[in-house]
Design a protein around this ligand. Structure first.
Ligand code: GLP
Length: 258
């Protein structure tokens, strides 16, 4: 049996996103003090969006050395062209990479930011290359995570194994439906597959920050926090085996916690 984590509960999303941005900034500054570089693991979706906006605001007023920042994304749809406005690549460009380059022109996202290539001709090979790249960068210092309504992390859908690595996966209908809002509400436009970091890859991050907002996540949060053991049925339960995870929830997401 694993001990249930103690979540930090915020009044609403505004407070949650501000605190998450502050934590990222803190970890980045601390790493710089140790004269090291910082690798931020990035998630996409509605929850991290405001966090990146708030982080950029903080860095605008107190710029750090952005040449020492790298970002590693969790996942990307497959197949998808990076120039497609719905690709996670494009979303990252708009939401974080370009704003960071505006703050510090030395931040070169061509070299300092990676995301699986949704247009790679051989997705298995791309998955292997991605794992190697993360390792070559010394691993992720702080991984930002959201939770899918079915308990997925990144695109590790229910049934994913604890030892899974970066790979090509098939998305569930419920995930494609939940993400249709990013494709103008058209579920048929959501790709059926994705390349995602595996559970084992995610658990190798030195620290993890899980952010969950909204009443649509209340049921899955109740299930996660009631689980006695990690189970592939709810991939997010594997996070309980990690020694350094923080859970940031807003009151709506926490409303059904046991
Ligand atoms: C997608 C992403 C996940 C993310 C999840 C929840 O499926 N692949 O990494 O955590 O959505 O996103 P949101 O924060 O929009 O609810």
């Amino acid at each position: 049996m694993v001990a249930s984590p103690i979540p930090t509960i915020f009044f609403g999303y505004a407070e949650l996103r501000a605190a998450a941005a502050e934590l990222i900034n803190q970890r980045f500054s601390d790493t710089l003090l140790q004269k090291k570089s910082f690798v931020l693991g990035c998630a996409t979706g509605s929850t991290p969006e405001g966090v990146y906006t708030d982080l950029v605001k903080i860095l605008q007023t107190q710029p750090l050395d952005e040449t020492r920042l790298s970002t590693v994304n969790l996942d990307e749809y497959y197949p998808i062209q990076r120039t497609n406005p719905h690709s996670y690549h494009n979303w990252m460009l708009r939401t974080l990479w370009k704003p960071l380059a505006t703050i510090d022109a030395r931040f070169d996202y061509h070299d300092q930011a990676i995301i699986p290539m949704g247009e790679a001709p051989d997705p298995q090979r791309e998955a292997k290359r991605y794992e190697q790249k993360i390792r070559a960068w010394g691993g992720v210092d702080l991984q930002i995570l959201g939770i899918g309504e079915n308990g997925h992390i990144a695109f590790n859908e229910p049934g994913s194994a604890k030892d899974s690595r970066t790979r090509l996966v098939t998305l569930t209908d419920s995930t494609r439906q939940a993400n249709a809002k990013f494709f103008g509400g058209d579920v048929s436009a959501v790709p059926k597959q994705a390349i995602t970091m595996g559970i084992a890859t995610i658990l190798e991050a030195k620290e993890i920050l899980v952010m969950v907002s909204g009443k649509q996540k209340a049921d899955i949060m109740k299930k996660i926090f009631s689980s006695q053991e990690p189970t592939p049925d709810i991939p997010a339960t594997f996070l309980m085996t990690h020694p350094r995870v923080q859970w940031y929830l807003d009151a709506a997401a926490a409303s059904r916690l046991p």
